[in-house]
Write a protein that binds this ligand. Structure first.
Ligand SMILES: [Zn+2]
Ligand SMILES: [Zn+2]
Length: 281
């Protein structure tokens, strides 16, 4: 499978000279399976350009949208996703039912004062709601996608794509704590991420920054390094860069995570997700 980052930023889009290396668009990741199925994780501002790219690829008329949750930074690009306005496009939305209802509200002109001028019913694409239970397994051809609840305010889902024995795990907006949240604890994530070939995880903060941000649903370099070591991950990619983190600051996050891995005598490749980059698994 191929994994491409269209948006790597958390919280709010931050274009500008200080974010040109790692990117300023919010969460959007494209997964293309070996059999040609197309999956998109989250609809942050990065999905706008992905939509343009899909419309140019005439062989793709169907996409699976996996929503981690519907906080603004993961949803705000959806009204600009071009395929929604094409009647020959089929969009299957995965995630939880509640999330789908929230997603529709973005287009609701009668919700409060109205948040967007185009109504959901006026979108031309065929849009299919989630049919699986929140923790159920989804199949995309030969690819199995497993889901795991996140430790995040209002909840959410993380995803694991397994194809031909290769594992890609995507967990953003997830606060790793020993004691856990709502029945989920650190060892549950260790099990879910077990022997990931690529582990992408939220790493918005340094340990000293997290002290005043506990409960916000994000992780730091120390807890993420520990998870990578305990799961036996081969490659760790840091994600959901803080909007106030410049390119230089993201390099520092990677260095600090590397120091944590060194302290644990772990040989794991670590780097930060970069908008526009592709991984082949
Ligand atoms: Zn977020
Ligand atoms: Zn969030």
């Amino acid at each position: 499978m191929k994994i491409r980052f269209w948006g790597t930023r958390g919280s709010i889009a931050v274009p500008g000279p200080e974010t040109v290396i790692f990117g300023g668009n919010t969460t959007c990741v494209e997964v293309t399976t070996d059999s040609g199925q197309n999956a998109i994780i989250d609809a942050g501002t990065g999905i706008r350009i992905l939509g343009d790219s899909l419309l140019k690829r005439s062989e793709i008329k169907s996409v699976h949208l996996f929503m981690t949750h519907i906080h603004w930074d993961h949803l705000i690009g959806l009204p600009f996703f071009g395929p929604l306005f094409h009647q020959d496009f089929h969009v299957v939305v995965n995630g939880c039912r509640r999330c789908f209802e929230g997603l529709k509200r973005v287009f609701s002109s009668d919700y409060v004062d109205g948040t967007w001028p185009v109504c959901f019913r006026d979108l031309k694409a065929k849009i299919e709601p989630p049919s699986e239970s929140p923790t159920g397994t989804i199949t995309l051809g030969d690819v199995v996608v497993e889901q795991h609840r996140l430790q995040h305010p209002q909840g959410g889902l993380g995803f694991k794509f397994i194809e031909d024995g290769k594992k890609f795990v995507f967990l953003t907006d997830n606060e790793l704590t020993e004691e856990g949240w709502q029945g989920t604890c650190f060892k549950d994530f260790v099990e879910f991420c077990s022997e990931a070939d690529v582990l992408v995880h939220d790493c918005q903060y340094l340990p000293e920054e997290l002290v005043t941000r506990r409960g916000w649903g994000h992780s730091d370099t120390r807890s993420v390094a520990k998870l990578a070591v305990e799961t036996g991950a081969k490659e760790l990619i840091l994600f959901h860069h803080d909007p106030w983190r410049t390119d230089e600051g993201v390099h520092k996050i990677v260095d600090r995570c590397g120091e944590e891995l060194d302290r644990m005598n772990a040989w794991i490749t670590v780097y930060a997700a970069r908008e526009g980059s592709t991984i082949t698994l």
